[in-house]
Design a protein. Structure first.
Length: 269
């Protein structure tokens, strides 16, 4: 059961988490603090209680979600270290390893979240990596929070950069793919708006088919193919243009840059 959470930094992701928790766990108390007065004045729900400082947020909430910008975290940890002892801490800050927080915040109950933009619609894929000494009650609460905005995947921290590429970055590749499909529809005579709707529905159908049949993607690809048919003609063009290799390289490029960012933040910590 989640009793109370405090969200430190109320940007888009902080708001998405708050909205998800309100829907999934209406009895949970939610507190928020952001240095921006405008963000505090425009809270989307009366169920979110404003706090006047970081200290008060830590006083009121059992679990604190760190959702500030990466460039602000060094100064912030210095500020909150005096009252973070024994608190439950969830970080959604890219590039900062768990060890950074265990050294500064004096608590074992620490984990990292890596959600993606789909948190805004309650469909995020969120990776969770826990500090090895975190207790089970905290782990269970963190998983419930992640599941309030979509699906949770518990991974070792060493895989967080790969997950960032596969989930956080690749969702943009999917949007780009939908746009490209829609342009293909336009070229073939359908309006862009209708092509987008059709493409999104095709993507939904592909997802449901994968989920319900339990088959591998390539098995389903071959099931659509027929000799000298329309689909093999399109697949042939994708193969000619190195579709698979291009996507692989795009994901791997995002992965490598994620590693570079973590190293950069590590050098300036």
């Amino acid at each position: 059961m989640i009793k109370s959470i405090g969200i430190l930094g109320f940007g888009n992701m902080g708001e998405a988490i708050a909205e998800g928790v309100i829907k999934a766990h209406p009895d949970c108390m939610i507190f928020a603090y952001d240095r921006s007065k405008e963000k505090m004045e425009n809270l989307f729900s009366h169920k979110i209680k404003k706090t006047q400082s970081c200290r008060k947020l830590f006083t009121y909430a059992d679990t604190i979600i760190l959702a500030v910008k990466p460039q602000d975290i060094n100064i912030l940890t210095e500020e909150i270290s005096s009252f973070s002892l024994g608190k439950n801490i969830i970080s959604i800050i890219a590039g900062k390893p768990i060890s950074f927080f265990t050294e500064k915040l004096r608590t074992n109950n620490i984990c990292r979240f890596m959600p993606n933009i789909a948190a805004q619609s309650g469909c995020s894929s969120t990776a969770i990596s826990f500090y090895e000494n975190a207790d089970e009650e905290f782990k269970n609460s963190a998983i419930l929070i992640a599941e309030s905005i979509g699906n949770a995947f518990i991974l070792p921290e060493k895989q967080m950069a790969a997950f960032t590429a596969l989930s956080g970055s690749s969702i943009a590749f999917v949007f780009q793919f939908i746009h490209a499909l829609a342009l293909g529809g336009v070229r073939s005579g359908i309006s862009y708006d209708d092509s987008v709707k059709i493409s999104v529905n095709v993507l939904k159908g592909a997802y449901e088919t994968l989920k319900n049949t339990g088959k591998m993607p390539m098995d389903l690809v071959t099931s659509v193919l027929s000799p000298s048919g329309t689909t093999i003609e399109g697949i042939s063009v994708l193969e000619e243009k190195a579709f698979n290799s291009t996507v692989i390289e795009a994901v791997f490029a995002s992965f490598n840059h994620s590693i570079e960012i973590e190293k950069l933040f590590d050098t300036i910590s």
